[in-house]
Every structure is written in structure tokens, then in C-alpha cells.
Design a protein around this ligand. Structure first.
Ligand code: IPE
Ligand code: IPE
Ligand code: MG
Length: 254
């Protein structure tokens, strides 16, 4: 190739749609929301469940196909035991109270995260949510529970090692697709937009592999204050972004 030739791998206007198909949310700030009102943290978490209902509704209205919510990280076990108990109880309540309504609304529920080692009734509830809604073809609600991106990648690496040891995979076949296929998110497309509330600007071990080319929007509100207007504001910011995927947009290269 001559130095002046345009690189053949240039992607022009790689992304033609400006609507996100997969929105992921780091629901953060419940504790600070409660503290600023002189309320116990658990009240912030309770109001956070209400915000989650509003998020599902907003995603449905916006025509989003996948909504992933970070509800409990692998690292959240390090919180005081009573707070961990409160969070587990809220998950139990959410599944018991909201599953029928989600099913009626044609929502398909998927759970990502480490299942083994969870209290038995929680494992059963998560299983029930996925099984009941598995044939629905509306919004897919992906709940990240006991989820950590590093743990997920490590577990994919372990499965690859097992497959290589078993002779069903050759080392030279280990590529991006081979890793992707062994993550918890199999068959779920990568997030286009990751929203984090509470003003914190970090990933906190969320969808590390899958967010390689996601757009991030950080909202200054705490999660219990999240509503349809906040969702729409994040989508508006997303639409103004210029996604390049390492290539060049038509605008820049014209
Ligand atoms: C998000 O709110 C809920 C979980 C992480 C489970 P936090 O509990 O993290 O609230 P802050 O960040 O301490 O305000
Ligand atoms: C991330 O929030 C996890 C969830 C929202 C479930 P954290 O509050 O746990 O994250 P850090 O500790 O501020 O990074
Ligand atoms: Mg937090």
C-alpha cells in the first residue's frame, strides 16, 4: 500500500442508527439519597426499586430492546451484613411482586452474574423469572445480580481452558468470538449506552468486556430520583455522540 492510499479498513459512518438498542444502567446513589434526607439506607434502596419500575417503563416507551440493570455487584457482599440482607430481601420482593406484571407486559427477564453460592430461594426465584418469561419477545430486562465483569471474564477463560484441555477447542481458535460466547451475556448484544447515576464516574466492574464501545452518560441525580425524563435526557445525550469504533465518520473524512 502506498503511503497516500486511504487505509482499506476505514469504516465510514459505521453506526447508521442513533437510537440505542441496548441501554445499561449502574443504579447508584441510594445510600446518599437516604442520608441527605436523614433516612435509613434501606429506604433509599426501597425507593430505588420504584425507580427501577420507572426505568423499565421508560425503556419500553423508548423502544429499547435490552435494558440491563446493575442491582448487586460481586463486591457488594463486603457491605455490612444487615445492608446485604436488606438488598437480598428487596430482590425477593421485586421478583414476587413484579414478575407477573413484567410477564403480562411481554418483558423477557435474563439474569447475569454468578448463581452458585446464592441462598437457595434466591436461585429458585431467579430461575423462575427466566423460565416464566423466556418466550416473551418485548423488552429484555437483564438483571445483573452478584455480577462482576472481571469474574465473568475469568470464568470464560476457565471454560476456554477446559474446552482446550478436552480437545474440543484449539488454542488458535481462541479469539474475541470464543470469549464472547462464554460470557453470561451470550446472545445479548453489547450495550450502546451505559448510564450511571449519582455523579460517580467509574465502571465499578460492570460489563467490562461488553462496554468496549459503549457511550457513557453520567447523571448528577441519585438513583431513587431517576424517572422517564432522566432516561430521555440520557438518550438525547447519546444521540449527539459520534460513534467511530476506531474508524472515521463520514463527516470527518469528507
Ligand atoms: C446503589 O446505591 C445500590 C447498590 C450498590 C446495591 P448505593 O447503596 O451504592 O448508594 P451510595 O452510592 O452509597 O449512595
Ligand atoms: C455499583 O455501585 C454496583 C451497583 C450499582 C449494584 P457501588 O456503589 O457498589 O460502586 P462503588 O463502590 O461506588 O464503586
Ligand atoms: Mg454506590
Amino acid at each position: 500500500m502506498l503511503p497516500n492510499d486511504p487505509p482499506r479498513w476505514t469504516i465510514e459512518a459505521a453506526e447508521t442508527t442513533s437510537e440505542p438498542s441496548h441501554v445499561a444502567i449502574i443504579m447508584d446513589g441510594n445510600g446518599r439519597w437516604a442520608a441527605s434526607r436523614g433516612l435509613p439506607r434501606v429506604e433509599g434502596h426501597r425507593r430505588g426499586v420504584e425507580a427501577l419500575r420507572r426505568a423499565v417503563e421508560a425503556a419500553g416507551k423508548a423502544g429499547v430492546q435490552y435494558l440491563t440493570v446493575y442491582s448487586f455487584s460481586s463486591e457488594n457482599w463486603s457491605r455490612p451484613q444487615d445492608e446485604v440482607m436488606d438488598l437480598l430481601n428487596l430482590l425477593r420482593m421485586f421478583v414476587r411482586r413484579d414478575l407477573a406484571e413484567l410477564h403480562r407486559s411481554n418483558v423477557r427477564v435474563r439474569i447475569i452474574g454468578e448463581r452458585s453460592g446464592l441462598p437457595g430461594d434466591i436461585e429458585a426465584l431467579l430461575e423462575e423469572a427466566e423460565t416464566l418469561t423466556r418466550r416473551n419477545d418485548g423488552l429484555t430486562l437483564v438483571v445483573a445480580f452478584n455480577y462482576g465483569g472481571r469474574q465473568e471474564i475469568a470464568s470464560a477463560a476457565r471454560r476456554i481452558a477446559e474446552d482446550v484441555a478436552a480437545g474440543v477447542l484449539k488454542p488458535e481458535e481462541v479469539d474475541v468470538a470464543a470469549v464472547t460466547a462464554r460470557l453470561h451475556t451470550t446472545s445479548i448484544p453489547d450495550p450502546d449506552l451505559v448510564i450511571r447515576t449519582s455523579g460517580e464516574r467509574r465502571i465499578s466492574n460492570f460489563l467490562l468486556w461488553q462496554s468496549a464501545y459503549a457511550e457513557y452518560v453520567f447523571l448528577p441525580i441519585h438513583w431513587p430520583d431517576f424517572d422517564g425524563a432522566a432516561f430521555d435526557a440520557a438518550i438525547t445525550e447519546f444521540r449527539a455522540r459520534d460513534r467511530r469504533y476506531g474508524g472515521r465518520t463520514a463527516q470527518v473524512s469528507a
